[in-house]
Design a protein around this ligand. Structure first.
Ligand code: TRP
Ligand code: SF4
Length: 404
């Protein structure tokens, strides 16, 4: 497998923590369906990641794995175009996580913003665990084991992809160098003036041991200023700062998933924690009921009271689902009290029902045949595992675990 090929590879994971809803559809899932035609896609259920926070109630995870894959399949994620699998069935992720844990500085993990954020947000859970601290490193292993070029994630996960890049760089630096590189680089350091050489070495240590980016930039600036070193040595010293040897692990790029504009039933972002969702497999009568009873502009107490769509969560649903023409009808009818709120909700109800109907029909087929779902995951797992094994073999041999 060449690195060039792997750069066309897309990988993403989702934790199995509950039924998927319209927010997932309009954010992540439609994006996956699009990407599967353009790239070599790997999509997986991140059940180990779910355990880092839900280790106390594993039944949630068990129940949700097959259900989540059914939701993926029902919306059109195609096992013929993408490998679908479950993380814990690919032990290579765990071994790579272990091996990377040898070289990642603790500070890199402690500084990931989601670490402290989530600990504060999920106070009812004890997240002072080894596994939770390692969450982003496990994610890095998920990505690096496939040498994926692109990782579609939401904005909250970009820092994890960034960390993955740093881990790959550090790994390549430590284990990917050509013979003699280090001695040549050290000789080049000696060719700088004494003061510059000492500064370079200190900055390099600060970057490599603490991930200090300012130190990296200062060291790069220092090298740019050096007058009396050869071009070859300058290149060596740049490489020596960051690595610059053989690339065993590929640095991935985050593909920022366009934020879902899907509002929840209360106008806030649709999210399970706000209790404002419409699930993909919600019975259609319930969908109808939920939308019929959702709040509108509070100024419209009676039918004769004019309203303002800007103050109404229903309007945001029109923004996602309605044509310009319908939207004009809403604005005009709402402001002039010419239409009632239930009347206004009707086109939204119809649009959501007709969006969900085919999804639910598909889901039913898979619900009836969970063996089919299982075989899809097994097959996807085999494809994934083949790639994972190759990478792990190179990692093992780079770390001295093969040739004896
Ligand atoms: N942490 C991700 C989330 O919460 C899920 C995830 C686990 C993931 N491993 C991954 C996403 C690898 C992308 C790539 O959404
Ligand atoms: Fe909202 Fe429509 Fe009622 Fe206006 S008419 S308040 S936009 S539901």
């Amino acid at each position: 497998m060449s690195t060039v090929d792997s750069q066309q590879r897309v990988l993403s994971g989702m934790r199995p923590t509950g039924r998927l809803h319209l927010g997932h559809l309009h954010g992540v899932l439609n994006n996956w369906v699009k990407l599967q035609h353009e790239y070599d896609c790997f999509f997986f259920v991140a059940d180990w990641h779910a355990l880092t926070t839900h280790y106390g109630d594993p039944t949630i995870i068990e129940d949700n794995i097959i259900d989540m894959v059914i939701d993926w399949l029902a919306v059109g994620v195609n096992p013929g175009s993408a490998a679908l699998f479950v993380q814990s069935k690919i032990p290579e992720h765990a071994e790579l996580h272990l091996l990377l844990s040898m070289l990642i500085p603790l500070g890199w993990l402690e500084r990931v913003p989601s670490y402290k954020d989530q600990q504060e947000k999920l106070q009812e859970r004890d997240l002072d665990t080894y596994g939770f601290l390692g969450y982003p490193l496990l994610q890095a292993a998920d990505i690096l084991i496939y040498r994926a070029g692109f990782v579609p994630v939401g904005a909250d996960q970009v820092a994890h992809v960034e960390l993955t890049r740093e881990v790959a760089r550090r790994f390549n630096h430590m284990y990917g160098r050509e013979p003699g590189f280090e001695a040549n680089a050290e000789a080049a350091v000696g060719k700088m003036g004494k003061k510059a050489a000492r500064l370079y070495s200190n900055l390099r240590t600060a970057y490599q041991e603490q991930g200090d980016h300012e130190a990296l930039e200062k060291a790069q600036a220092l090298l740019t200023e050096q007058q009396n070193i050869s071009i070859g040595d300058r290149e060596r010293l740049f490489g020596y700062l960051e690595g610059g040897g053989k690339m065993i692990l590929a640095e991935p790029q985050a593909l920022l998933t366009p934020a879902s504009k899907m509002p929840g039933l209360d106008g806030q972002k649709m999210s399970k924690s706000y209790g404002n969702t419409i699930c993909l497999r919600e019975p259609l009568e319930d969908v109808q009921k939920k939308i019929s009873t959702m709040p509108t502009d509070p100024a419209r107490v009676r039918l004769t009271d004019p309203g303002d769509p800007a103050k109404c969560p229903v309007w945001q649903l029109h923004a996602t689902y309605s044509t310009d023409e319908t939207r004009e009808w809403v604005v005009e009818g709402c402001k002039s009290a010419g239409i009632g709120c239930l009347e206004c909700k009707k086109p939204v109800i119809d649009a959501i029902v007709s969006e969900l109907e085919p999804i639910q029909k598909q889901a039913q087929q898979y619900e009836k045949d969970s063996d089919l779902v299982r075989s899809i995951i097994v097959e996807g797992g085999e494809t994934a595992r083949e790639t994972a094994r190759e990478t792990l073999h190179e990692v093992r041999s780079a770390m001295g675990l093969v040739g004896w």
